[in-house]
Design a protein around this ligand. Sequence first.
Ligand code: AR6
Length: 173
Amino acid sequence: MRIGIVQGDITTRDVDAIVNAANSSLLGGGGVDGAIHRAAGPELLEACRELRRTTLPHGLPVGAAVATPGFRLPVKWVIHTVGPNRHAGQTDPELLSSCFRESLAVAREIGAKSVAFPAISAGIYGWDAQEVAEVAFDAVSAYADSPGGAPDLVEFVLFSESTTAVFRSVFGG
Ligand code: AR6
């Protein structure tokens, strides 16, 4: 597995799947969630509504992940996950680790060989970028060694220069 650290907009990445830092409602929001919905088009919201009508009537729990098509995005799939919200007292790093692990498990199920992550919970949900990078590093490293196969490429796509620098220092690049 190769790991890339990239500064930019995740909606422009040409990978098999991008991960969305969503909320439990799956019905959109601000930040990277808003950007992904805008770029994917209204079909994405409709697909999320369909999940709510069928398999996820109570929404997607914190730390879980689910895939939809990418619609107008360059990717085949969007993997939606819900990070812990520090402002709501969700401070357990295991919940954040679960987001990375479960997203990679979904990527494996759908056959995505290249996956791009944003800095889950490092925006509106109030986590420190350093802690997010450390949790991401541990979770992805552990997954790389797990039986059953990891993607060929995992990218972290960071919006700001400062978050990119934090990820580069934690990942040793
Ligand atoms: N590409 C890559 N990273 C981005 C982009 C983008 N286009 N836009 C923002 N970021 P956030 P959270 C960065 O707030 O903290 C939404 O309303 C951003 O700078 O998007 O998990 C959801 O619906 C930050 O570093 O996600 C939830 O309600 C990182 O992505 C809530 O926000 C994550 O920031 C989730 O909050």
